[in-house]
Design a protein around this ligand. Sequence first.
Ligand SMILES: [Zn+2]
Length: 284
Amino acid sequence: MNLKIFSVINSILLSVFLVQPLSASPSIMVKPEILYPGDVFLIKTVYPSNRLLRAELNGREFPFSSCGERCSYAIGAIDIETRPGTYKIKIYFKNGKNIIKTLRIRKKEFPVISLTLPEERVTLSPEDEARANKEEKLLRSIWQLRTERLWYGGFIRPLDNEISTGFGVKRLINGHKISIHKGIDIKAKEGEPVRAVNNGRVVLREELFFGGRTIVIDHGEGLFSVYMHLSDYNVKEGDMVSKHDLIGFAGSTGRSSGPHLHFGFKVKDISVNPESLFELRELP
Ligand SMILES: [Zn+2]
């Protein structure tokens, strides 16, 4: 090809690409593409993290981290109470600009289970209530921790058994008390090994009123995994753990009607459906 023609074509091509305005869709990816209340999601962009401030959805902020030269990501979550509909994720840049990506959150019917329990198991004594409230406060303070990233790649299942009670199940107890299941119950035999779902640091190892023997792992960046009703522990507070490490044994301690593992996951203070976390395979 004639050099002159080549350079003309080249400059036309260049000008076409250079004058393209910032367009939201090709530069921002949200996974999964179909979202339900309670889901965790990943936002990935081609912009370097030092140009980005944060992503915002429903007034909640999710900061960006780097996953390479032209790669930034943020982990977000949709609260279970979020109504289905169209939402906007706003990505803020340090130069004051922002771009918007539209998200559709679909409707999900969470089952309702009616339970009849002895009334003394439903209405707590003042001492038990005080203890449960104190423990709730302790857990809430843990969800405020923001530490360096320790996790990498996808999250594994803590125990490879069937699920007995899914996330979001509403329990109507004695016709008057509603409790929403903000985790999953995994079937287990007494003493079955429970594994760390990713790298992290043990920030709680304590016997709680409702949760029984409980472990909380801080994975960094506001991500926490919670393991309840354990029969015994294999780690202590402050321990660093790796993905697949044996951290404890399934049991039925605390308010539990038989051996199982209650597993919960938090993105900041949002309880998310662990199933949506395990299925998120694009995590950097
Ligand atoms: Zn449970």
